[in-house]
Design a protein around this ligand. Structure first.
Ligand code: GDD
Ligand code: MN
Length: 361
């Protein structure tokens, strides 16, 4: 086996066979297999792969249950195969499989450790993207390259690349595995000076199914940046949680001002409403961004909100006690004492809610 093509898919039922046919045509003369990694899609993607595998043994399935995530799917797909070279390609035919042989050549004959399918090198293109998506992608590309001291590429956000097994083995314990940015993760994690090749391609329009890239992908990306920059010291999720908490402070002050200053409600009443409003908005923002991969819905969402109130309510006690101790007993400056109290309750709120509300299964 020369090449394992790893194909992350979620709700890609209609793309399974057409993509395979394209691989068959593109990879003539190469010993290859296709590993579809499906996160138990409701549309029956897994079954479709199994049907295909009955007809052609080069098609294989890794089915993950109760899990989601593009990066982790790619990593597990690679770990489940035994070839010396892996390609990662989207399961929706937006990547151009016809350049795979060129990529393989760069690895086998030119000694590259990794080859990036790039939209931003000469000859490549993002196809029919609108200005907004192009702008975001370019911005993310710049941020991505900030992270990469060495091992730079014109398209660190690409989800289309090929690498040697040795490189995977080298970085696998250090990968963040969060979100969409698997290539950036690999390049940023490697401590070696890699030989990075590039092959141009044009991003195609999706024919079947829909994109899973949403607002969450942005926060995933922010998390990956956090994680790679300071993740060894402070967990990325905690930083995200604290960032959301700061937005909560703004919500709190805004609501307090509205009820007390504008609507003339008594201060304690306005403060109470502001506190509830801030907790509620923190809860929902955390549910979408900090824990987008474990998002609560329906009943669990309501229960989660109630638990969040209780947890934050309890968290306020050590906050006040500690801040008061610093201020009264140690004579700390009021701002410092107040901020220290908030840090204490943030750590409490984060640790407890992570366990009782957004628990990983
Ligand atoms: N197993 C699994 N689990 N696969 C997933 C998941 C998941 O949670 N989320 C998405 N996928 C699969 C999709 O089914 C598809 O095959 C592939 O990953 C890419 O997802 P899309 O939702 O089609 O992403 P996109 O086309 O908007 O984004 C592409 O372009 C970006 C560059 O701008 C991807 O290639 C990104 O990786 C790339 O960064
Ligand atoms: Mn796509």
């Amino acid at each position: 086996m020369q090449l394992s093509v790893i194909i992350p898919c979620y709700n890609e039922h209609d793309n399974v066979r057409p993509l395979f046919a394209k691989l068959v045509a593109a990879l003539k003369g190469i010993e290859w297999e296709a590993v579809y990694v499906d996160d138990d899609s409701p549309d029956g993607t897994s079954q479709e792969v199994l049907n295909l595998a009955k007809e052609d043994g080069r098609a294989r399935l890794v089915r993950r249950v109760g899990r989601r995530g593009l990066s982790s799917a790619c990593i597990e797909g690679m770990l489940a195969s035994s070839s010396g070279v892996f390609a990662v390609i989207d399961g929706d035919m937006q990547h151009d499989e016809t350049v795979l042989p060129q990529m393989l050549k760069k690895i086998e004959d030119e000694g590259c450790d990794i080859v990036v399918g790039s939209r931003y090198t000469e000859g490549g293109s993002t196809g029919d993207w609108n200005a907004a998506r192009l702008g975001m992608s370019k911005f993310a590309t710049i941020l991505g390259n900030v992270l990469l001291k060495e091992n730079k590429t014109t398209d660190p956000m690409s989800g289309f690349f090929m690498l040697k097994r040795e490189l995977l083995d080298d970085v696998v314990h250090g990968l963040s595995g969060e979100g969409f940015k698997i290539l950036l993760d690999v390049l940023a994690t490697s401590e070696k000076n890699l030989k990075v090749g590039e092959v141009a391609y044009t991003f195609r329009t999706r024919e079947f199914g829909e994109s899973k890239l949403d607002a969450r992908v942005l926060s995933d990306f922010a998390m990956l940046l956090f994680d790679k920059l300071i993740g060894k010291i402070i967990p990325a999720r905690f930083l995200m949680f604290v960032t959301v908490g700061m937005i909560g402070v703004l919500v709190h002050l805004g609501v307090l001002g509205l009820f007390n200053q504008v609507l003339d409600l008594k201060f304690w009443g306005a403060q109470l409403i502001a506190t509830l409003a801030a907790m509620t908005s923190n809860f929902f923002i955390n549910n979408i961004f900090t824990y987008g991969d474990r998002k609560l819905k329906k009943n669990k969402l309501v229960w989660g909100l109630i638990k969040f109130f209780v947890i934050c309510g309890i968290g306020a006690i050590p906050n006040v006690l500690f801040a008061n101790y610093l201020y009264d007993d140690l004579g700390a400056y009021w701002l410092l004492a107040g901020a220290a109290g908030m840090i204490v309750s943030s750590i409490w709120n984060y640790s407890i809610s992570r366990y009782f509300i957004w628990r990983a299964n």
